[in-house]
Design a protein around this ligand. Structure first.
Ligand code: SDX
Length: 392
């Protein structure tokens, strides 16, 4: 269980690779980052510490941790001309459309760090991406509600800074609620990296061509947007709100089991986990903590708990080994904190940027790295001669 995967040279293989960042045992429901269990990191660590771990391979010393936080804080501001990009979007643009556009454009403003052959360039580009994602995401939210952008306040933590840029206003002081900051930071940890998921594989494939890191992360954002992947957190809350009350759950469970019905239980099932997603366990616990701290109750949480209980006692889900995944409860927490559903996947992208960047660095730093080129099983016609139009 070293986390190493054997590369399958067969033409039918999907893009698989060697990586030392994240190990998943789907049957046992195990997730390790550089050997550390996700439950321990989520409970005891911070997103900045996990970011350092993913990037560097070891947990930081106090001095390394302080230096890393300071370095990241040096890059939280955006080039001021990038503010103009937001004006080009409609106010109702999906935040993921804005994230794709703005992140893809970063290479036009930070081209001094796009020479990927230079390790120093790779490092500063990585730090810029990790540092600027909260600013970009918060600005996307502010733009959508017609409020002014707030500049970063580097006296706050990475996550506190993000909460202030998102929910603060220039007219008054913003107080970061510790329980909310802790829950948000834990959500970022739970989304940081997840082996070779679709969006990470997209980043690796784009990076294997030598594309600049900003373009590669923009490609990852685009892939994450899909409802089968990162878009599932938005879809899961929308589904829970549509169900509305526990008595309507059986109808939706029957729909999810009906092959003729395209409906799927959002936040359920996984390409790899055939057991409980360990991130969902932490997420469910965090819902209770946030509700207690904010003194809120949301009937949607009761629907989620009841839906999970009924599905896990239904033969269809048991036989197909379908369990709640990371997206099932995250929306309940994010909604309680005050985010609209349209921001949920943007938050996933914010957190996953450190995983994408760490995986990209791991690949680019490998001297044997070559351009990715998945093959196919050809299912088209055998070779045949052209028939002129006049004879067809
Ligand atoms: C993420 O890869 C990652 O690591 C992703 C991620 C990460 O951190 O990067 O973990 C984040 O993307 C989590 C997944 C979020 N997506 C959703 O919650 C959307 C709902 N889930 C399904 O769309 C589905 O479970 C997938 C897309 C996640 C996986 O699809 P698969 O590969 O088809 O799942 P499977 O092979 O385990 O399915 C087995 C059977 C199939 O039926 P049969 O073909 O055997 O008849 O179960 C069915 C599926 O149709 N099934 C579901 C279901 N998920 C699978 N039936 C009803 N509801 C569901 N949610």
């Amino acid at each position: 269980k070293t986390g190493m995967f054997t590369y399958d040279p067969g033409f039918t293989s999907t893009a698989s690779c060697d990586s030392g960042l994240t190990y998943i045992d789907g049957e046992e429901g195990i997730l390790l980052h550089r050997g550390y269990p996700i439950g321990q990191l989520a409970e005891q660590s911070s997103f900045m510490e996990v970011s350092y771990l993913l990037l560097n391979g070891e947990l930081p010393s106090p001095e390394e941790y302080e230096k890393f936080n300071y370095t990241i804080s040096r890059h939280t501001m955006l080039h001021d001309q990038l503010r103009g990009f937001y004006q080009g979007f409609r106010r109702d643009a999906h935040p993921m459309a804005i994230m794709c556009g703005v992140v893809g454009a970063l290479s036009a403003f930070y081209h001094d760090s796009t020479d990927i052959a230079d390790p120093a360039h790779r490092t500063i580009s990585s730090h810029r991406l990790i540092a600027k994602m909260p600013t970009i995401a918060a600005m996307a939210y502010k733009y959508s509600i017609g409020q002014p952008f707030l500049y970063p306040d580097n006296s706050l933590s990475y996550t506190g800074n993000f909460l202030r840029m998102t929910f603060g206003v220039p007219a008054e002081e913003y107080e970061v609620i510790p329980a909310v900051e802790k829950a948000m930071d834990r959500i970022f940890i739970l989304h940081a990296d997840h082996e070779q998921n679709a969006s990470t594989s997209t980043v690796r494939l784009a990076g294997s061509s030598g594309a600049n890191p900003f373009a590669c992360i923009a490609a990852g954002i685009a892939c994450l947007w899909g409802p089968a992947h990162g878009g599932a957190n938005e879809a899961a809350l929308n589904m829970l709100q549509e169900i509305g009350t526990p008595d309507r759950i059986p109808h939706y469970i029957e729909r999810a089991k009906n092959k003729d019905d395209p409906f799927r239980l959002m936040g359920f099932g996984h390409r790899v986990y055939k057991n409980y997603d360990p991130r969902a366990t932490v997420m469910q616990k965090t819902v209770r903590e946030v509700f207690d701290a904010l003194k809120v109750k949301d009937p949607v949480f009761e629907v989620a708990l009841r839906l999970e209980e009924m599905a896990l006692n239904d033969d269809y889900f048991v036989e197909k080994k379908l369990f709640p995944n990371v997206d099932f409860y995250s929306g309940v927490i994010l909604s309680a904190i005050g985010f609209p559903t349209t921001m949920f996947t943007a938050l996933f992208a914010l957190a996953r940027t450190v995983g994408w960047v760490a995986q990209w660095n791991e690949m680019i730093s490998d001297p044997g790295q070559r351009i990715g080129r998945p093959r196919q099983l050809y299912t088209g016609p055998a070779q045949r001669d052209y028939v002129p139009l006049s004879q067809r």
